[in-house]
Design a protein around this ligand. Structure first.
Ligand SMILES: [Fe+2]
Ligand SMILES: [Fe+2]
Length: 312
């Protein structure tokens, strides 16, 4: 496990308890970390967590779910939202490789972190593919309104490039929102097969969040990326009428460049204002900030104050 010891000895195979690597920058700087070793760990973790979309769908009582309007709304929203993950992962792969080459001469350890991030993006992309197809097929099976090709193509728009730390923290926040929403869907679903699907996908999203947090922490640990960039994104989500309010916001920015899935959720008033969920999302963003920057914040106000201080 990087960060916990030296590289494995030749002749041994280590697949015990795969996990998300931590302390990534120090792994490369202090322990002579290896991209091949790290890739093996990413792969074993990915492989240990694989599941079958076909098997999951077969376990769902489709006729029962077809009579549950709220479950159908969750499924339809999930189907649309997950369409945006492929352009997210495609863009991450490209941006990470660009950053890897930009840092190669100046900071080889940071360059290796970027390459590890770009490499992991293929597992992320593949796992999100499961989410996308399973929810789109289920949406079709239970008879929700069809997702037209124009919407499919619109939701595939590739995000413009941004600062890498901002990008990673925004992706961590996106995974937090998704994880909590799916956890809520799992709790609500009466059909055990559907509950199991939501639970499985929520677990994937939590694991993705852990990866984004680990990469973001490495960027801050390198000293090349200021903590204020992570706080700036947190502020964007947590502020009044911020991204955390999703499609319930009074004003949603109209843009042609890309689609933020949370802007396009179509839910009932009660669902949009689910306050328990908002509190859980806030807590998870505070925890992510702490892990990435080392700064402890426990309220929306504290995030704003810290951000203002860091910006100066
Ligand atoms: Fe997903
Ligand atoms: Fe995800």
């Amino acid at each position: 496990m990087p960060g916990e010891g030296s590289r494995r000895a030749p002749g041994t195979i280590e697949v015990d308890r795969p996990a998300v690597h931590q302390d990534l920058y120090r792994y490369f700087v202090e322990r002579g970390g290896s991209l091949t070793e790290l890739t093996w760990m990413q792969h074993t973790y990915h492989e240990s967590r694989r599941w079958s979309a076909v098997e999951m769908l077969c376990a769902i009582d489709v006729e029962r779910v077809a009579r549950a309007d709220l479950d159908k709304a969750y499924i339809w929203n999930a189907a649309r939202a997950e369409l945006t993950t492929k352009p997210g992962a495609d863009r991450l792969a490209r941006l990470a490789d660009k950053e890897c080459r930009a840092w190669a001469g100046r900071n080889p350890a940071l360059s290796a972190v970027m390459q590890a991030c770009g490499t992991w993006s293929r597992y992320w992309n593949e796992e999100e593919a499961h989410h996308e197809v399973v929810f789109n097929e289920l949406a079709y099976l239970v008879g929700t309104p069809p997702i037209e090709n124009e919407v499919f193509i619109e939701f595939r728009k590739i995000f413009p490039d941004d600062d890498m730390l901002r990008t990673l923290f925004l992706l961590a926040c996106s995974e937090i929102l998704a994880a909590v929403n799916y956890g809520h869907g799992a709790k609500h679903a009466a059909d055990p097969g559907l509950a199991a699907l939501f639970k499985q996908v929520a677990a994937d999203e939590v694991q993705h969040m852990c990866y984004f947090v680990a990469f973001a922490e490495a960027l801050v640990a390198s000293g090349e990326y200021p903590a204020k960039n992570a706080f700036a994104v947190a502020q964007l989500f947590l502020r009044e009428n911020g991204e955390l309010q999703g499609s319930a916001r009074a004003q949603i920015e109209r843009r042609d460049t890309h689609v933020n899935w949370w802007d396009h959720l179509v839910l009932t008033e009660n669902e949009r204002l689910n306050l328990d969920n908002q509190a859980k999302k806030q807590e998870m963003i505070f925890a992510a900030l702490r892990q990435v920057t080392g700064v402890e914040v426990r309220s929306v106000e504290a995030v704003e104050e810290t951000w203002m201080e860091l910006v100066g």
